[in-house]
Every structure is written in C-alpha cells, then in structure tokens.
Design a protein around this ligand. Structure first.
Ligand code: CDP
Length: 226
C-alpha cells in the first residue's frame, strides 16, 4: 500500500447506480478528467437510429462505430450535462438520453466490434492518468491496471426510483414501473453478454448505495483515494 492518490480511478456498476454523479464529484475534488464511457455507446446508438440502420444488423452497426468519429468534450452548458457529446460537429448530448436510445443501447453495446472500437479509444485516454472513468467494464477490461476500482451497486428498485426522480426534476413525465422494467432489462443484457459483461473486478471495492445518499457515497469513495 502506498499513500499516493490513485491516478486511474475506475467506477463500474449497473444502470442508474449513481456512477456519473459520484465520478464527476470525485474528478472535481481531485482535479481529474471525468470520462463517462456510457455516452459513447449512447452516441453510437443515436447514430444507428438517426441513420435508420437496423439495430439487429451487427455488421452495419459495427461499421458506424468504427467509422463515425464521436467527440466527448468538457461540458459547454450548465443544463445538467456532465460533458458534451458531438457527432460530426452536431451536439447530440440530450438526444443520447432519449427513451429510444435507452431502449436500444444495451443491444448495441453487446456487439464485440462496437466494444473493440470504443474501448480502444477509452483505453488510450485512460492511460494518460489523472482520470475518473465510469462504465461497465472499466476495471475488468478497459483499464484492468486501474489504481482504484469501485463497483457501485444498489437494488433495481432504488435505482429506478432515482432515475424516475431525475426525469421528473428535469420537467418531463415518467412512469416508475416502466423505468424499473427497462433498468432490469438493461442489467440483464449487460451482465449476460459474451464480451465484457457487467461484473465487479476481483480487486474492486464494492459500495452498496441503497442506504447511502449521494454525499455519503462521495465521502466513502473520497476516503479510498487518500
Ligand atoms: O447512466 P446509465 O447507468 O443508465 O447508463 P450509461 O452508463 O450511460 O450506459 C448506457 C449503456 O451503455 C449501458 O446500459 C451499457 O449497455 C453500455 N455501456 C457498456 O456496455 N460499457 C460501458 N463501459 C459503458 C456503458
């Protein structure tokens, strides 16, 4: 054990477990780059839908992931986003959070070629260090050498409740039971896929956030960085 602050911090966990909230706060506290890898899978999914490509056509979906550059840049607006997502210069940040994208993203993210294309880019960025990288497979596949790995968990019911409240706070309408069903479906696909399934790395610290609020999760994670 050393006393130095970990340089590469990986945070993985299931849908809506609070990874982005935690990751962003940790990155700000440590003056690190925050990188939410989920936005890349969402951007490819948005492209697939925008171009009317069949989401079940693995070769066509993979070709899009390999050939269309996706840019993730620091947030340019104070509208609740954690970063800007750009495809061919167009800001699609909010489009990537749509229901349609959310219902299809796990199908796209299960394709080996899509994962290869995106995780190569993620690894290149992550290896520079001073980074908090958030996703499903960061500690297991993208950056197995990470200095600190956190697996943030919570029950599907608690996660669906948080996502429901987030959508209401944003001024949109939502159905809790529909959100719960979708969260469970995404978890099922993410954790049973052949390539880089969602699971805690053997050396990850598991934080169960069911009975913790965002501040408490942050304090526990920060303590692991000291
Ligand atoms: O914010 P939320 O946890 O709901 O989702 P996200 O982190 O934006 O990820 C959206 C989807 O992308 C996930 O359900 C996974 O299917 C996929 N994903 C992945 O496979 N690997 C990653 N490193 C990040 C996301």
């Amino acid at each position: 054990m050393t006393n130095t602050t970990p340089s590469i911090i990986a945070i993985d966990g299931p849908a809506a477990s609070g990874k982005s909230t935690l990751g962003l706060r940790l990155a700000q506290a440590l003056n690190y780059l925050f990188f939410d890898t989920g936005v890349m899978y969402r951007a490819v999914t948005w492209l697939v839908l925008d171009r009317s490509v069949d989401v079940h056509d693995e070769a066509a979906v993979t070709a899009l992931a390999e050939n269309v550059p996706i840019d993730v840049a620091p947030s340019s607006a104070e509208d609740g986003r954690t970063c800007d997502v750009l495809v061919e210069g167009k800001d699609i940040t909010w489009e990537t959070r749509s229901r349609k994208v959310e219902s299809n993203v796990s199908i796209v993210a299960a394709y080996a070629g899509v994962r290869r294309a995106l995780s190569q880019q993620q690894r290149r960025i992550g290896q520079r260090g001073r980074i908090v990288m958030v996703g499903r497979d960061i500690g297991t596949v993208v950056l197995p050498e990470a200095d600190l790995k956190i697996y943030l968990d919570a029950t599907a019911e608690e996660r669906a409740k948080r996502r429901y409240e987030e959508i209401l706070a944003h001024g949109s309408s939502a159905d809790y039971h529909e959100i719960l069903a979708k969260v469970k479906e995404r978890d099922r696909i993410d954790s049973t896929r052949d390539v880089a399934p969602l699971k805690a790395a053997e050396d990850a610290v598991v934080l169960d956030s069911d009975k913790l609020n965002a501040d408490q999760v942050f304090e526990q994670a920060l303590a692991l960085c000291k």
